[in-house]
Each structure stands twice: as structure tokens, then as C-alpha cells.
Design a protein around this ligand. Structure first.
Ligand code: SF4
Length: 181
């Protein structure tokens, strides 16, 4: 099945699925929830205001854009202020995300932005308890191997709220130190 013809869940009503973007040799994977209106229009992930804020965060962590693969747990965009339906996370993840990430052969760290991205790796953890840290966990797409993940708030939250912005930026600065250690 082709991603663009996928109609496996009801999120398809909001637009065409958005493919992840980046090199298969990427060292980092940027993982969010799903695209919004800007991503839907341009058919590219992380291109709206949240994507701009994300890039500011990446520069704080001294991560270069070309080292990153950009994607989301759910491939179809949703309207502003509306998240995907609960059942779509599982469906889209199993159908597309697992097979997308398996192709990233040089992957070192997955950066999870927001609780839905963290849930994909660590459903038992809560973002407020583990953000700003590196965690080792089992790869959902290859259960015999581990992967390092890092989580923080979604850049959309940082744009909406001063306190969330402080958390987001201090986590990204902390990431810079963690990656050097
Ligand atoms: S959200 Fe994912 S599984 Fe659902 S229709 Fe879109 S691409 Fe398919």
C-alpha cells in the first residue's frame, strides 16, 4: 500500500498523509504528533510555526538540520486545535511509523516532542517526569534492540505559554550537554 492512498482511519478526511523527510543516514529523528494546517498545505512535516520553533531548539542543542529525519506518529494532518482520534495513533504507527524508522540505519537518538511521541516508546512514562533526560528503551520496531530517546514539550506548547517555553528551551540546552557527555 502507498502512503498517499492510505485510508485506514478517519483522519484521512482532513487531508493527504505527510511523508517523513530527511536522509536515511540521519543521526537524529524528530518525532511529533502529526502535522497541522501548514504541513497539510505544503505536504511537508514541521514547516509551520512549531517547525520554526523546533529549529530554534535544535540550534540550542547544537544539532544540525541535515543530521535530522523529521516525521510524526500520525501521518494525516488535523485542523487547528484538534488532535487525531485515539485509535489512529495505533493504526498509523503500526502501518507507517515502524516501517519508516527501520530504514534509519544510523539512528542515534530519537527526539520526542510531546506526550504522544513519548508514548510510542515508553507508554508507562509521563512526560513531566522524564523530559530533559536521555532514556534507553526497546525499539518498538525491533524488539531485540534498544534505542536512546529524549523527550520534551511540543514546540506548539512552547509558543503558547511562557512557562512551557522555559521548559522547552532549558531541555534543549540540557540536550546539548547530554550529547557531549
Ligand atoms: S492517519 Fe495514518 S493510518 Fe490513518 S489514514 Fe492517515 S496515513 Fe492512514
Amino acid at each position: 500500500m502507498n502512503l498517499y492512498s492510505c485510508k485506514k482511519c478517519k483522519e484521512r478526511q482532513h487531508g493527504t498523509p505527510i511523508m517523513g523527510e530527511g536522509l536515511t543516514q540521519s543521526v537524529y529523528c524528530i518525532l511529533g504528533r502529526n502535522g497541522g494546517i501548514y504541513e497539510g498545505k505544503r505536504q511537508r512535516p514541521w514547516v509551520g510555526p512549531a517547525g520554526k520553533k523546533l529549529r530554534v531548539g535544535l540550534s540550542m542543542a547544537h544539532i544540525l538540520i541535515w543530521q535530522c529525519y523529521f516525521t510524526n506518529v500520525v501521518k494525516c494532518p488535523t485542523p487547528p486545535g484538534v488532535g487525531p482520534a485515539k485509535e489512529c495513533y495505533e493504526t498509523c504507527r503500526e502501518t507507517w511509523l515502524d516501517r519508516e524508522l527501520i530504514k534509519l540505519t544510523s539512528l542515534r537518538v530519537v527526539l520526542c516532542f510531546g506526550k504522544q511521541a513519548l508514548y510510542y516508546f515508553c507508554p508507562q512514562e509521563r512526560l513531566e517526569h522524564v523530559h530533559g533526560r536521555l532514556l534507553r528503551t526497546i525499539r518498538p520496531w525491533a524488539q531485540d534492540k534498544e534505542i536512546t530517546i529524549f523527550s520534551t514539550l511540543h514546540p506548539t506548547q512552547a509558543l503558547r505559554d511562557d512557562s512551557a517555553n522555559i521548559t522547552f528551551e532549558s531541555d534543549m540546552i540540557q540536550l546539548s550537554s547530554l550529547l557531549k557527555a
